[in-house]
Design a protein around this ligand. Structure first.
Ligand code: TMP
Length: 236
């Protein structure tokens, strides 16, 4: 497959066309941002780790019945995925209170939630990705009711599969963000990435943070945390 022109550059990845109209190439960068791009930095080796961790987890999910955009890893930082139209929603799943939920509801970080919580944010950097509900999504026609129901079903299933999988590596899945897309064939699939950039991973025993919160909050040991996740999941 040939790498053709760049279609898009995001904060953490670039997307290139290929000679197949149904396939694009994702190229992971080491750039890190937080607070909607206000904080900028580099996490050395992040692109390689996020590429490998995402692909590893996407394959595990696909085997367990979640359709994903994943096709093939072609280098340390590059992966072929199905070309999709991204549903303009960040789908957040929470098991334990942390981050913006803790702030919003005044809950100490680490408070166990009575049940899993799903939140939707409208993907718009200028607006700061505002939280929206099912009524806003229907009113704005961002995705069909049928696909939104499927998104919620997949998000909960991903949570069950990922939580159980990570537990074996002594990692607690606090919360995470998913994105979905619609292929040229009209199929709804899990897209984007699943990595320490997009999930909160805590050591199950010590509750040490092993994710991007180390960068967001200047906790130090950022690269080591990403490396530790790769090692625990893939033994490297
Ligand atoms: P939050 O507590 O800041 O709302 O974040 C919830 C989860 O979503 C957390 O695992 C980090 C992830 N996330 C992203 O992947 N991208 C973002 O832009 C934000 C704000 C959060």
């Amino acid at each position: 497959m040939e790498k053709l022109e760049q279609l898009y550059e995001g904060k953490a990845k670039k997307v290139f066309a290929t000679d197949d109209p149904n396939v694009v190439l994702v190229d992971y960068k080491d750039d890190a941002t937080a607070f909607n791009g206000l904080k900028k930095g580099t996490i050395v080796g992040k692109g390689v780790i996020n590429n490998r961790v995402t692909n590893f987890l996407m394959q595990m999910l696909e085997k367990n019945g979640i359709p994903t955009h994943y096709i093939e890893e072609i280098s340390d930082r590059e992966t072929l995925v199905k070309k999709v139209t991204i549903v303009p929603l960040e789908v957040i799943v929470r098991n334990i209170a942390a981050g913006s939920l803790s702030k919003r509801l005044g809950l100490p970080e680490g408070t166990k939630l009575g049940q899993t919580v799903i939140e939707y944010c409208y993907k718009d950097d200028e607006l700061g990705d505002p939280m929206v509900n099912e009524y806003h999504i229907a009113a704005m026609n961002w995705v069909s009711k049928q696909n939104l129901d499927l998104i919620a079903k997949y998000a909960l299933k991903v949570n069950e599969l990922l939580s159980a999988f990570l537990k074996q590596s002594n990692i607690e899945l606090i919360d995470f963000k998913l994105e979905f897309g619609i292929t040229n064939d009209g199929e709804l699939v899990l897209a984007d990435e699943i990595s320490p950039d997009t999930c909160r991973f805590w050591d199950s025993t010590t509750h040490e943070k092993l994710d991007k919160d180390r960068f967001r909050r200047d906790l130090g040991g950022v690269e080591d945390a990403y490396q530790e996740i790769l090692k625990r999941l893939m033994g490297e």
